[in-house]
Design a protein around this ligand. Structure first.
Ligand code: APR
Ligand code: ZN
Length: 250
C-alpha cells in the first residue's frame, strides 16, 4: 500500500465533503473498454465518424449497427466493480457528496450511488431526432438498424454525441458541487474533454485538494493534482475504504 493511498484516505476521512469526477477508466474493470489508450474505443472507431451528431443524422444505420450496438452490448453485460462500489460506500457514510461522471453506463447508480451527475447522459432512454419524443430502452425492438419513431424519425440514445450541448441543468449541478467540495477525487478520467478537463482547476481555485487515481498520468498530474495514485481504480478504492474503516474503529 503506497504512502499516497494512506495520504488520500486520511484526507478523505478528515475533510469529508468529497466530490468524485470519474471517466471510462472506472468501468474498465467491469469489461467496458476506455476511449483512449491501449485497447481504447477510439483506436477502433473514428469518434468524428461514429460519435458525432451530424454523422448520426447522415447515416444513423451505420452508427447504430457498428458503434451503438457494440457499446450497448458491453454495457448490458457490465456489472459495477469495486471502484463503483467503493464510491457508493463513501457516499453512504457521508464522506462523498456526489459523483460527476462522463460515463453513460449507469454503473455508479447500479452500485447504489444516489447523487450522480451524468455529463454525457446515458443509454437508458432514447429520443426521436425529429419530434424529440422520448422512449425507454425496453421499447427498442430492432436488433439491427436504428429504431424508428411513429413520425418516421430515427431514435437516438439520450447520450451526448460530439457536436451536442450538455444540458445546462446538469452543468449547473456540477458547478454547485465543485464550488462546495473540499476534496476532488478524480478516478479514471483522461481529463482531455470539456467540461471534465476544467473541473480540477475550478476545484483547486476553490481551495479543494485534488486526488487523482489513474492508470497513466494526465495533463493535470504535475500541475494541479496534490496526491497522484497510479493504479487501478477498483483496488485503490478498496485500499482507501479499508484504511478509512481502520481510522473509524481505532
Ligand atoms: N483504473 C483507473 N484508471 C484507468 C483504468 C483503471 N483500471 N483504466 C484506464 N484508466 C485511465 C486511463 O489512464 C485514462 O486516463 O482512465 C482514463 C480513460 O480515459 P478515456 O478513455 O479518455 O475516458 P474519458 O476520460 O472518460 O473520456 C472522456 O471523451 O471521447 C469522449 O465521450 C467520450 O466520455 C468520453 C470522454
Ligand atoms: Zn418522432
Amino acid at each position: 500500500m503506497t504512502d499516497n493511498i494512506l495520504k488520500a484516505a486520511k484526507l478523505i476521512k478528515e475533510q469529508g465533503n468529497v466530490i468524485a469526477l470519474t471517466g471510462a477508466g472506472v468501468s474498465v474493470e467491469s469489461g467496458i473498454p476506455p476511449f483512449r489508450g491501449k485497447g481504447g474505443l477510439w483506436e477502433k472507431f473514428d469518434p468524428m465518424e461514429y460519435a458525432d451528431i451530424d454523422s448520426f443524422r447522415k447515416n444513423p444505420e451505420k452508427i447504430w449497427d457498428v458503434f451503438l450496438m457494440e457499446k450497448k452490448a458491453t454495457i448490458d453485460k457490465a456489472r459495477p466493480n469495486d471502484a463503483h462500489k467503493g464510491l457508493a460506500l463513501l457516499e453512504r457514510i457521508d464522506l462523498l457528496k456526489g459523483i460527476i461522471t462522463s460515463n453513460i453506463d449507469g454503473l455508479h447508480q447500479a452500485a447504489g450511488s444516489i447523487n450522480v451527475v451524468e455529463f454525457h447522459g446515458n443509454l437508458a432512454t432514447y429520443s426521436c431526432i425529429d419530434c424529440h419524443k422520448m422512449f425507454g430502452s425496453s421499447t427498442l425492438k430492432s436488433d439491427t438498424g436504428p429504431p424508428v419513431c411513429e413520425c418516421g424519425g430515427f431514435l437516438k440514445p439520450n447520450c451526448i454525441f460530439f457536436g451536442e450541448a450538455i444540458n445546462p441543468i446538469v452543468l449547473k449541478r456540477a458547478e454547485y458541487m465543485i464550488a462546495n467540495c473540499k476534496v476532488l477525487l478524480i478516478a479514471g478520467s483522461s481529463l482531455v474533454v470539456e467540461p471534465s478537463s476544467s473541473i480540477p482547476f475550478e476545484a483547486k481555485s476553490n481551495g479543494a485538494k485534488i486526488i487523482e487515481i489513474n492508470a497513466e498520468p494526465t495533463e493535470m498530474t504535475s500541475s494541479v493534482t496534490d496526491i497522484f495514485i497510479r493504479a487501478k481504480a477498483g483496488e485503490t478504492l478498496n485500499q482507501i475504504i479499508y484504511l478509512i474503516n481502520k481510522m473509524i474503529v481505532s
